[in-house]
Design a protein around this ligand. Structure first.
Ligand code: IMP
Length: 430
């Protein structure tokens, strides 16, 4: 059976959590393939709201097994805390959560180094979530990281941790002028984690490939968004992993030939948290309205998100990189009540028009978006349970997006609840 990949098409916060939760109902396994506790996936039902940072959004479906793949960087304290919260909510995690033995760990020194570096960069800071993601991936690729499997062997862990903390203390003190960390306290805290994580740590690549061979259906869940990809995003204002489709293969160990469905999640407008270029950003009443109505505040850090119009130059680019086979449009309800909805179709740079998404930050910071304007709608979308029941102008907006991106829209989300969703059958126009 095949792999379905769910990917954010913008700068993250597209509403992937809800879509993964919905799709999980019919799937056997949900697997996270990159990122760490920088992600915040919000799920809502029975008027309750849950934010997951590490455990995949399928955990609230009893028949779904969840996997945290080798491509994820894991803060063991955070994952233990999250498991506790899920169990307190009445969901059993036992036998339903597998964590890759090859996944790398985020340690307190990763967060300390990140904070010190961001402070030093000052105005040029990336505006990270402060979860130690970048420094953990740095250690992974420098081949000095500590992995999940090391947590299970106290002697090895002690040795590796001491070495790593001593090295990081030198860096913190001499380069960043920051406080050193207490080696013994960290070692003692982390060796205690072995029993807590032991039931979950396994060879998830074997597990997933066997499951696929047995006809199980896997949903691969990307965190963040394509424009935050370390290679394809707005570098250096990106995260340190691959939210794009290739990350699914390297972050889980499943072959690309197993992937047959790539769902791009498109928020009906754009948002971005942290620093970096954002051509369609609105620093006016319309932007403020999107933030307010869309509750655009970070699920992990609480920071206000920057808001703007939809950017088709960026979306055509991420559609190309990921090969989306279908799109899920989220937060359509947030646009209700706007007289006019603008969509950026091209950029103007140095007096010339272009449809290219530039990779140079300096260029992207200076492009002028060229907009097309579409009429808004004022009718309440909650009345609609099919595409045809949506207000005519909302239908036109979706048809316009589908036509411009040349990808079918298969899901429309109009609110945080599971029920506030329209599944669009293939034969319908949108
Ligand atoms: P990091 O991933 O914490 O290193 O942060 C790098 C950049 O990615 C910053 O601009 C963050 O705001 C952004 N970022 C990281 N995770 C998310 C997310 O889940 N949603 C939106 N932005 C994110």
């Amino acid at each position: 059976m095949p792999v379905t990949v769910v990917i954010g098409s913008q700068w993250g916060d597209e509403g992937k959590g809800k879509i993964v939760d919905l799709l999980s109902e019919d799937l056997d396994i949900v697997a996270r393939y990159q990122g760490g506790a920088n992600a915040g996936h919000t799920i809502c039902w029975d008027d309750k709201e849950f934010v997951l940072h590490l455990v995949p959004s399928g955990i609230f479906h009893d028949n779904t097994t969840c996997v945290i793949g080798n491509g994820v960087v894991i803060d063991p304290a955070a994952v233990i805390e999250e498991i506790k919260t899920i169990e307190e909510l009445g969901y059993s995690v036992e036998g339903r959560l597998h964590i890759s033995h090859n996944a790398h760990l985020i340690m307190p020194y990763h967060k300390a180094v990140e904070q010190a570096r961001e402070r030093l960069r000052d105005a040029d800071a990336i505006g990270t979530t402060g979860r130690g993601i970048g420094p953990a991936y740095m250690d992974k690729f420098a081949r000095t990281g500590i992995r999940m499997v090391d947590l299970l062997d106290r002697d090895t862990l002690r040795k590796k941790l001491k070495q790593a903390i001593e090295e990081k203390n030198t860096l913190l003190k001499s380069v960043y002028g920051a406080d050193e960390l207490d080696v013994d306290a960290i070692v003692e805290e982390y060796v205690e984690f072995d029993k807590m994580v032991d039931p979950y740590v396994t060879d998830t690549t074997q597990y997933l490939n066997r499951a696929l061979a047995d006809g199980k259906h896997v949903l691969a869940e990307g965190a963040q968004g394509s424009l935050l990809d370390v290679d394809f995003g707005t570098y250096p204002y990106v995260t340190s992993s691959h939210p794009t489709v290739g990350g699914c293969c390297t972050g889980l160990g499943v072959p690309p030939t197993a992937v047959n469905r790539v769902i791009g999640i498109v928020k009906a407008y754009s948002t971005r948290v942290g620093n970096g270029p954002f051509p369609t950003e609105l620093n006016d009443d319309a932007g403020e309205r999107l933030r307010k109505v869309g509750h655009e505040f970070g699920a992990t850090t609480g920071r206000p998100r920057r808001c703007g119009w939809l950017d088709l130059v960026a979306l055509r680019y991420t559609t190309q990189v990921n090969g989306f086979t279908e799109l899920a449009v989220t937060k359509l309800d947030v646009l209700t009540g706007m007289d006019e909805i603008k969509v950026c179709t091209r950029y103007r740079y140095n007096g010339k028009e272009t449809g290219r998404f530039p990779s140079e930050t300096q260029t992207l910071e200076r492009v002028e978006p060229i907009y097309e304007s579409l009429p808004g709608w004022s009718e309440n979308l909650q009345e609609a349970s099919t595409f045809e029941e949506l207000p005519a102008n909302a239908q036109s907006y979706l048809e316009y997006l589908q036509q411009k991106l040349n990808v079918r829209i298969s899901l429309i989300s109009m609110g945080p609840k599971r029920s506030q969703t329209i599944a669009v059958p293939p034969q319908v126009a949108a």
